[in-house]
Design a protein around this ligand. Sequence first.
Ligand code: HEC
Length: 264
Amino acid sequence: MRLVSLLLLITFSSLGYAAGGAECGDYGDCDEFDARLLDNSSLQRGLNTFINNCYGCHSLQYSRWGRVAKDLDIPESILFEKLVFDPNAKSGDLMKGSLDKKASEEWFGVAPPDLTLVARSRGSNWIYTYLRTYYEDGSKQYGVNNLVYPNTAMPNVLEYYQGKQILGCKQVPSYASNGGVRRDADRNIITEEECGHLLLAEGSGKYTAAEFDTIIFDLTNFLTYVAEPVRADRERIGWFVILFFVVFTALSYLLFREYQKDYH
Ligand code: HEC
């Protein structure tokens, strides 16, 4: 009885935890992100975006240049020529970044954290959503705010790619109390104004919304890889292990049948 009530308590307290505060802050549920860790060209594009836009502030200090080159199938000579800006860096070096921790704390109020493990601590869905939910907010230091991470100290570094996004109102279908969409006498959907939506000023960025989503997908894919470089291998080996068990079970069963013959 005690065990049952303990189990119930654990179940309900975890439910309560899940219900309190949405996973992606003011945005609600995070957008779904499905990693593609075997897609090397996506990972390479992600690395490129990261080095050119993020590495100035964020290190990947548990990861080494040579390992990334090998895993992502990039010849080291090309990696060092195009993406490693420190002329003294070597293949075995950790990706420590160049930002001085003390100075950056003064600039941002908080030092930009190392991002090697951020896909595990925050989750890939969170990162994928966070980087796409900046909006204009004149009251903030950098003129922007974020729905997933309100009052974030990080400026919207990819605004030039995405364009200007604001929080505004738009017409959405109106629902009756029974959950159905409300319609007028001509069966047209009745809409109502709802505010707090992210609205993108078309054409204000270098890329379209779909292209920008792909850029963030690749970047998040890369951060997911960096957080657990062996994950792709682990998943591949997992299939062999399952195959082994299937074959092993079949063989054991045949052997079992052979032994059975002696009893009868
Ligand atoms: C100008 C410096 C700067 C640049 C460039 C920058 N960031 Fe940040 N970033 C920050 C700061 C400062 C924080 C801490 C924000 C806070 O805690 O309020 C942060 C926080 C983050 C976080 C949240 C980490 C956590 O667990 O709280 C992620 C994820 C992130 N940055 C990703 C990126 C990515 C991806 C890029 C490149 C597109 C990037 N950042 C470029 C300064 C920067």
